[in-house]
Design a protein around this ligand. Structure first.
Ligand code: SF4
Length: 232
C-alpha cells in the first residue's frame, strides 16, 4: 500500500520511468500491479480500439466499460458490435444513465443537450462513470495530448479526483502513429471518421471540426464547453 504522503512522488516516478518506454511496457506494469482491478474507458474512438487490441495481446480477458448515453450515433453502436465479435476476450460492461432518453426528456426537456450540456453530461456520463469504476483501483483512458490544447499536459499516469490511479498510455501518441497502428493491424474504426468527423461523442453534440482547429473542435461546437466531465 502506498502512503498518501508519498503517493504523488510515487506516481511521478512511474510516469518518468515509462516516459520513454514502449506502451506495452506500461500496460504490462498495470497488469502486474492491478491484475483484475483495472478497467478501460471505451467510447469506441480509435484510441479505445488500440488499447483493447494491445491489452488483448497481453492478458486473457480485457475489462472495459462503455457509457451508453442513449445518444450515440448508430455507427458507434455498429462498431461496438464489431468489437465484441472481433475480441471474444473483451469483457465489456455497458453502463447506462439512471434515466433513459424519454424519461430525461420528460423531466428536463428534449433540448437539455443544447440548453444545459453540463447537466446532461452529468446525468448521462459523469454519474454513470462513478458506477462504472466501482470496485476497481485503476482505470485506463485513451486521452492524447494532441487532441486539443486543454489536453496538452495529459500525464501518462496520475491520481484522479477519487484518488484512483488513472493511466493514459497513449498520452504521447501522435495522430499519425495512431492511424499507422490502426491500419497496420487492420483494426475496425468508426465509419464517421471517413466522413470528416475527427472526434465522435453523442450525436446531438458532435459536428465535423472547423477548419484549422483541433480534433475535438466539433464537440459542443458553438459553446465554450470542452470536456464532458469524466476526464476532469
Ligand atoms: S455529450 Fe451532449 S448528449 Fe451526450 S451527455 Fe453530454 S450534453 Fe448530453
Amino acid at each position: 500500500m502506498i502512503a498518501i504522503s508519498s503517493a504523488g512522488t510515487w506516481v511521478d516516478q512511474r510516469a518518468e520511468e515509462f516516459a520513454e518506454a514502449p506502451t506495452e511496457d506500461l500496460l504490462r506494469w498495470v497488469i502486474d500491479q492491478y491484475g483484475a482491478d483495472f478497467t478501460v474507458a471505451c467510447a469506441f474512438g480509435p484510441e479505445s480500439i488500440i488499447l483493447i487490441d494491445l491489452l488483448s495481446q497481453l492478458q486473457p480477458v480485457v475489462q472495459a466499460f462503455f457509457l451508453d448515453t442513449g445518444f450515440h450515433f448508430q455507427a458507434t453502436l455498429d462498431l461496438q458490435q464489431k468489437m465484441t465479435e472481433r475480441y471474444p476476450n473483451l469483457a465489456l460492461t455497458v453502463v447506462r444513465p439512471r434515466l433513459n432518453v424519454s424519461q430525461q426528456n420528460a423531466v428536463y426537456g428534449a433540448d437539455l443537450p443544447q440548453q444545459n450540456p453540463d447537466q446532461c453530461c452529468q446525468l448521462r456520463k459523469v454519474e454513470p462513470l462513478q458506477r462504472a469504476l466501482q470496485g476497481y483501483r485503476c482505470w485506463l483512458s485513451g486521452l492524447r495530448r494532441e487532441h486539443a490544447p486543454n489536453r496538452s499536459q495529459t500525464p501518462l499516469l496520475h491520481w484522479d479526483s477519487r484518488q484512483m490511479l488513472k493511466v493514459n498510455p497513449l498520452a504521447d501518441w501522435s495522430k499519425g502513429r495512431m492511424w499507422q497502428y490502426i491500419l497496420e493491424r487492420g483494426l475496425p474504426y468508426n465509419s464517421l471518421l471517413d466522413e470528416g468527423y475527427t472526434s465522435i461523442g453523442c450525436a446531438p453534440c458532435t459536428r465535423r471540426p472547423l477548419p484549422d482547429t483541433d480534433e475535438r473542435s466539433g464537440r459542443w461546437q458553438g459553446t465554450t464547453k470542452r470536456e464532458c466531465g469524466i476526464h476532469l
